[in-house]
Design a protein around this ligand. Structure first.
Ligand code: NI
Length: 241
């Protein structure tokens, strides 16, 4: 008798759980999304790689399941090959930030070709054939110069001026007060305070339903077909000169 009662109670309990759970699988209102829409954003890091700051950023991004885009300076690649390979292996996008971080705007065509070409060759030597998108230093380029590029160009929409502030709290505030889905955020993995800020930004935005993707992924997710020589500031805004 005792065992029968236990079985009855278990059956009753199971029925109760089913009756309360079942309705939850049916949307109460079809116009209401079941879960919050995912918002995508692209974190980009310029001026690296730097052996004493970049690995900590990569560790933090990996822990958080976040992807980013790194625009690397060619003359800093020697000795950091393993770090660059790690970026690619961990799903990040690797891009070109010229050989010597020279301002390209106003420079000769030969300078543009050398600065970009040397870095492209060095990245190809480390990572193999690929499309290494370009971010011109300071985001500056003449509109005529844009035609020289065979890959898309990347500007930014959110610039916390982290290289100048060198203050984690200020960086975090500057980004969180401005960022919108589809934005490209500019930061520098060469600055220790920026590494801390970037990881706090990832935590804060992931909690709000954001997902961190590469620039290439961001454009694809928003249905943008990237074009060579076009400068992108966000998934929706093309830089105009
Ligand atoms: Ni730079």
């Amino acid at each position: 008798m005792k065992r029968q009662r236990v079985i009855f109670l278990l059956l009753a309990l199971t029925a109760l759980i089913w009756s309360t759970r079942l309705p939850m699988t049916i949307p109460a209102d079809a116009s209401e999304p079941l879960e919050e829409e995912t918002k995508f954003v692209a974190l980009t890091f310029d001026d690296g790689p730097r052996s004493d700051t970049t690995p900590r950023l990569l560790d933090g991004l990996r822990e958080r399941g976040a992807s980013a885009t790194f625009f690397l300076v060619g003359q800093q690649l020697a000795g950091n090959e393993a770090l660059v390979q790690r970026m690619k292996d961990e799903g990040h996008q690797v891009g070109n930030h010229t050989w010597s971080h020279v301002e390209l705007q106003g420079a000769t065509e030969a300078t543009v070709r050398t600065e970009v070409g040397k870095t492209d060759a060095a990245l190809t030597a480390i990572l193999g054939e690929g499309e290494y998108w370009v971010r011109p230093p300071y985001g500056l380029l003449d509109s005529e110069q844009q035609k020289l590029f065979s890959v898309p160009l990347v500007h930014w929409y959110v610039d916390p001026q982290d290289w100048k502030l060198r203050n984690t709290d200020a960086d975090v505030k500057a980004v969180l007060s401005k960022v919108q889905p589809g934005d490209i955020i500019l930061m520098h993995d060469t600055v220790p305070a920026s590494v801390d800020a970037a990881l706090r930004i990832v935590d804060a935005l992931e909690a709000k339903g954001y997902q961190f993707v590469t620039v290439k992924e961001l454009l694809a997710l928003y249905g943008v077909t990237p074009k060579a020589g076009t400068m992108y500031r966000s998934a929706e805004v093309v830089a105009e000169y």
